[in-house]
Ligand binder design. Structure first.
Ligand code: CDT
Length: 307
């Protein structure tokens, strides 16, 4: 069995509030066609890929936001994406807001096989932003109001001929995210993101957004000997400018493909999953070199404790 997986990063340009899901699904299907023409086995879409990034607005009654969430997947409106993927025999990874039958709200990403079957579901662990309305901000980032953090952690699934993991946006900034999957032998991590350029708590970081995006994904890839596919919803959405720079990162930490625009854009790369071994079996041979006996504080405490 070939260990080369051709993966596509299907960046989306902005989705405005008035764009209905059917028009967004049509854009996803168009990117799916481009990916299939490029020989992709798997196409990765961004975080919250079906709607505008709605946590930028606050509503006092959260049920007023129910229409941004999916209660079933596939649904009538998303079925064409699943059907077209099956017809083209291309897998995909899709981020969306999930509202469960119990009324729980998660920021979710699924992995769908070439036959259209959902083989894995991941719910975002690190939820950034704020819980309460902060009226002085130019825009909200109320993810902590709209989503609960998953307690399921970071899974790694055998799929597409390799060991596949998932993370969502802010997860990519935390080394623990990659390491937990690294300890499960991950070979490719799929990540959708929505990253506003303007970081309200510290605007000095604004010009560093692209640098930080690459820094964390390149480091995470290298330190764990894994491919990382990071995919943006980019551009000016309802007046808020968001980072593009979607990229495919090799286990060496090198960027092998990167988007040039902030619009709908597909990039792809042939990813040799065996490349991971060069790092996993040498410099980052965990079994040989890691020292878990002195890493206790990483799981034993949350914040800083001064000796
Ligand atoms: N979607 C998401 O997690 N975005 C955050 C923005 C910074 S926190 C306000 C990110 O880490 O890119």
């Amino acid at each position: 069995m070939s260990r080369v997986l051709t993966v596509g990063a299907a960046q989306l340009g902005p989705i405005q509030k008035s764009d209905d899901r059917a028009s967004v699904v049509a854009r996803l299907v168009a990117l799916l066609h481009q990916g299939a023409a490029a020989g992709c086995d798997l196409i990765v879409f961004p975080e919250l890929a079906l709607t505008t990034f709605f946590p930028r607005w606050f509503v006092d009654d959260i049920s007023e936001a129910d229409h941004w969430y999916e209660t079933e997947m596939p649904s009538a409106v998303t079925a064409p994406l699943f059907e077209e993927a099956r017809r083209l025999s291309v897998g995909f990874c899709l981020g969306y807001a999930e509202l469960t039958p119990e009324g729980r709200r998660f920021n979710t990403q699924i992995l769908v096989a070439k036959d259209g079957a959902t083989v894995a579901k991941y719910r975002k662990v690190h939820i950034p932003g704020h819980e309460e309305h902060e009226p002085d901000r130019p825009f909200q980032h109320a993810e902590r109001y709209y989503f609960e953090p998953s307690m399921e952690g970071f899974g790694v699934w055998q799929a597409f001929g390799g060991r596949m993991g998932m993370m969502i946006c802010n997860d990519r900034r935390w080394p623990e995210t990659y390491r937990v999957m690294g300890l499960k032998g991950v070979e490719m991590i799929l990540c959708g993101y929505n990253t506003p350029i303007h970081y309200v708590p510290d605007p000095s970081q604004d010009i560093l957004q692209g640098f930080h995006n690459a820094l964390v994904m390149q480091s995470g890839a290298y330190q764990n000997g894994t491919w990382v596919v990071g995919v943006a919803k980019a551009g000016v959405e309802e007046g808020v400018d968001s980072l593009g720079q979607s990229m495919i990162v090799a286990p060496s930490g090198q960027i092998v493909a990167q988007t040039l625009s902030t619009d709908d854009e597909l990039i792809s790369a042939r990813c040799d999953l065996d490349w991971c071994k060069r790092y996993k079996e040498t410099l980052f041979d965990f079994d040989r070199y890691r020292r878990p006996e002195v890493y206790g504080p990483i799981t034993g405490q949350r914040g800083v404790v001064l000796d």
